[in-house]
Design a protein around this ligand. Structure first.
Ligand code: GTP
Length: 345
C-alpha cells in the first residue's frame, strides 16, 4: 500500500450553484487521475448521482460514483461518510483522487473535522475545499443584502448575527473554502459581476482566489492539487456552525412530487417556473416523462430559472416515473406546490 495520502477535494456551494456541473467537468477532464466521486444530496431521491453516472468513463466508471442519500453528509459523518470512504480505499484499485460533492445545504466544517478521524487521517488529506457560488444569485442579494453593509457590520462586531438561513449556509461554505468559483457569469452583466465578487470577498476570512466560470468549466489544474491539507488548518476557517451538533436542517424543507406525463419540455419548464415564482421555491430537480418520447427529461430549477434536457432512456426500475424534488425555506407551501405541479396541463 502506498504511504502517500490520497487527496480529497470537497466541493461545496449553495443549492443549484453549479457543483454537479463542476464535478462533471472534472470527471471529463481527469488529467490522468483515477477519480472517485462521493455525492450527497438533501433528501433521499438522488438526482446528482444519476447525472454524474451519465458521464462515467474508464477513468471514472459508474461504480466509482457513490451516492450518500441517507441524510446530510455533515450530520452523518460517523455512520455514512467514514465507512464509505474506508470502503473506497479498500478497493483493489483505489482511486488516486476523491471528489466529494456535498449537498447544497451541507456545512463543510463538520465534514472537514471528520478527516481527523483516526482511521482516516493517515490515509487521506483534504487537498482543497472548493466553494461554488451562483454569480446571479449572489449579485441579487439572495445571501447577503448589501456587501458594504455586511463588511461594515463585521468590522463593528465580529459576532453580530445579521444572517438569514440562506446567508448562514452560504457564509459557512465560503468561509471554509480554499478557492471560490464564481459560476454562471453568463447570467450577469459587468456591474453585477463586480457586485457578486465584492459580496464573496466580504465573506472571506482570508485571501483566496475567486475564479469566474460558466457551466462549472474550470481548468482542473486550478482546483485540483492545491495541497491545502485543510484538515490541519481548521482554525483559519471560522464558521457559524463549528459542529454538527450545532445545527439541523430545520430552516429548509423538501418535498418529492410525482407528476403527470407532460405534452412537451416547454410545458414542464413553464409550469415549474410559474410554481417557483409563486411559491418561492429554491431548487427543483428531477425527471419528467414527455408524451411520445422514450428519453426522460431532466428538469432543473434554481429559483425561477428552469432548464430541461433529454437525458437517457428511462431505467427499467422506474419506467416513466416523473418526480421532482422541490426544496424551499421552512414553511413553504408544500401542498400548494404539489397541487400546482400535479394539476392537468
Ligand atoms: N446559465 C447557467 N446555468 C448554469 C451554469 N452552471 C450550471 N448551470 C445550471 O444550473 C443548474 C444547477 O446546476 P448544478 O450543477 O446541478 O448545481 P448544483 O450546485 O450541483 O445543485 P444542487 O446539487 O441541487 O445543490 C443546472 O440547470 C445547470 O445546468 C452556468 O454557468 N450558467
Amino acid at each position: 500500500m502506498s504511504l502517500e495520502k490520497i487527496p480529497v477535494t470537497i466541493v461545496t456551494g449553495f443549492l443549484g450553484a453549479g457543483k454537479t456541473s463542476l464535478v462533471r467537468h472534472l470527471m471529463e477532464n481527469p488529467q490522468g487521475r483515477r477519480l472517485a466521486v462521493l455525492v450527497n444530496e438533501f433528501g433521499d431521491v438522488g438526482i446528482d448521482g444519476e447525472i454524474l453516472k451519465g458521464c462515467a468513463d474508464p477513468t471514472c466508471p459508474a461504480d466509482a460514483i457513490v451516492e450518500l442519500t441517507n441524510g446530510c453528509l455533515c450530520c452523518t459523518v460517523a455512520d455514512e461518510f467514514v465507512p464509505t470512504i474506508t470502503a473506497l480505499l479498500a478497493r483493489p484499485t483505489p482511486p488516486d483522487h476523491i471528489l466529494i460533492e456535498t449537498s447544497g445545504l451541507a456545512l463543510p466544517k463538520p465534514l472537514l473535522k471528520a478527516f481527523d478521524w483516526p482511521d482516516l487521517r493517515t490515509r487521506i488529506t483534504v487537498d482543497g475545499v472548493i466553494a461554488v457560488a451562483d454569480a446571479e444569485a449572489v449579485a441579487d442579494g439572495r445571501f447577503a443584502p448589501d456587501p458594504a453593509a455586511v463588511a461594515d457590520q463585521r468590522r463593528a462586531d465580529e459576532s453580530i448575527d445579521h444572517d438569514t438561513p440562506l446567508g448562514e449556509v452560504f457564509e459557512d461554505q465560503v468561509a471554509c473554502a480554499d478557492i471560490v468559483i464564481l459560476n454562471k457569469t453568463d447570467l450577469v452583466d459587468a456591474p453585477a459581476l463586480v457586485k457578486a465578487r465584492d459580496t464573496v470577498q466580504a465573506e472571506l476570512p482570508r485571501r483566496i482566489p475567486v475564479v469566474e466560470a460558466r457551466e462549472g468549466r474550470v481548468d482542473p489544474r486550478v482546483v485540483l492539487g492545491l495541497g491545502a491539507a485543510a484538515e490541519t488548518d481548521l482554525e483559519a476557517r471560522k464558521t457559524h456552525h463549528e459542529d454538527h451538533e450545532a445545527h439541523d436542517h430545520d430552516d429548509f424543507e423538501t418535498v418529492v412530487v410525482t407528476l403527470p406525463e407532460h405534452a412537451s419540455a416547454d410545458a414542464v419548464v413553464a409550469r415549474v417556473e410559474a410554481v417557483a415564482r409563486q411559491h418561492g421555491v429554491l431548487r427543483a430537480k428531477g425527471y419528467v416523462a414527455i408524451t411520445g418520447k422514450p428519453m426522460r427529461l431532466l428538469v432543473q430549477g434554481v429559483g425561477t430559472r428552469v432548464r430541461a434536457q433529454f437525458d437517457r432512456p428511462w431505467p427499467a426500475e422506474t419506467p416513466r416515473l416523473s418526480r421532482l424534488v422541490v426544496i424551499g425555506e421552512k414553511g413553504f407551501d408544500q401542498a400548494a406546490v404539489t397541487a400546482a405541479l400535479q394539476s392537468p396541463a
